[in-house]
Write a protein that binds this ligand. Structure first.
Ligand SMILES: [Zn+2]
Length: 351
């Protein structure tokens, strides 16, 4: 096993500050580099005073208004999905969709990949972040895995799948009704490819798997370690790509076909616990993506990997949290120091 090094660059900035009688102000910033990709995130002590501007508190009354205003025309509510959502061809899904309990999987009407499914998560139209029970998430992820298996059986060239979600409009979600999306293709998305390529390079350079080294290093140092749920390992990201990033790794599974029902259950339970903490912090939206190695292939360099981040809170006329820094420069601002975030979430992982 190689020990992972977490690199920090300290920089200082000077300017004459009008709120301090034009005296010379000196601020320290810390730039963190992701050990695998080199992704940069920036921690600034001065930003603490600006959090309420960058991430204004959620307006729960406004959420209720949006939920009420959208439910009558929701294409998922009250079984409307039966008439309003597309069906997959019979050669892929003889029944057209997968419906199990409160979960329904159907094709995206505007597909972005050869295999692109939407999964309705429950019959309730509006949900807060403390209203995602493990059993509901388990069923949603379980149906997603069933879809992935069927796609791969039909098309063994469809090797690269991700399970993803936008929750509420500031995250990019166009439907308020909770849902997730499964994407599958013969080639990986840009970030998926980067993770796979850097993982291969790490194995070649170090003779060990980055993901196993990451888990061992984070567990030993403990600052960002959240805990274990069955075989999954949970932590906060050293250099997050989004706000309040929570990660999980499955050390025994390189790709989704190696997942057992216990692995699905672990993902559901971990997501529930992280969302409860986001709710405590009054964040109200999220994105996640779960990455798999190529289906059915031995990939000693990779392990299934999950990223969960917050997005801008819901308020009237909300401002996006992605500006040039994230969208074009591909850096991110750290709002809660990852070690502090871990301390806020950890209790829920040690039950
Ligand atoms: Zn609905």
């Amino acid at each position: 096993m190689a020990r992972i090094s977490f690199k920090l660059l300290q920089q200082s900035v000077e300017f004459h500050n009008p709120s301090r009688d034009w005296q010379l102000d000196r601020q320290e910033i810390e730039i963190r580099l992701d050990p695998l990709t080199g992704h940069q995130s920036i921690l600034s002590g001065a930003l603490k005073g600006k959090i309420s501007i960058l991430f204004p508190e959620t307006d729960y009354g406004y959420i209720q208004q949006r939920v009420e205003a959208t439910k009558d025309r929701c294409f998922m509510c009250h079984g409307r999905w039966r008439e309003a959502t597309p069906r997959f061809p019979e050669r892929l899904l003889p029944e057209g969709r997968i419906a199990r309990g409160e979960i329904v999987l159907f094709p995206n009407l505007y597909p972005l990949a050869p295999y692109h499914a939407v999964v309705m998560i429950g019959e309730k139209h509006g949900r807060a972040l403390d209203e995602f029970p493990t059993s509901l998430l388990h069923d949603a992820f379980s149906v997603s895995l069933e879809f992935i298996k069927r796609c791969f059986e039909l098309d063994p060239e469809a090797l690269y799948f991700t399970i993803n979600a936008n929750f509420m409009p500031p995250s990019g979600g166009s439907a308020v009704h909770p849902h997730l999306q499964v994407l599958g293709s013969p080639f990986p998305t840009t970030h998926h490819l980067l993770l796979l390529e850097r993982s291969r390079a790490y194995l070649s350079d170090n003779g060990s798997c980055y993901w196993l080294d990451l888990v061992e290093t984070e567990k030993r140092t403990g600052e960002r370690w959240l805990g274990e749920i069955d075989k999954s390992r949970w932590l906060t990201a050293f250099s997050p790509v989004g706000v309040n990033e929570v990660n999980a790794v499955w050390p025994d599974a390189s790709h989704f076909l190696e997942w057992s029902d216990n692995d699905i259950q672990a993902m559901a339970e971990g997501v529930r616990r992280a969302l409860l903490t986001y709710h405590d912090l009054k964040f109200s939206t999220f994105n996640y993506s779960c990455f798999s190695g190529p289906l059915g292939q031995s990939a000693p360099e990779f392990r299934c990997f999950f990223r969960l981040v917050n997005r801008q809170n819901i308020t009237p006329h909300y401002r996006t949290d992605d500006y040039f820094l994230q969208k074009l420069l591909k850096n991110e601002i750290i709002i809660y120091r990852p070690e502090h975030l871990a301390s806020l979430i950890k209790e829920r992982f040690q039950v």
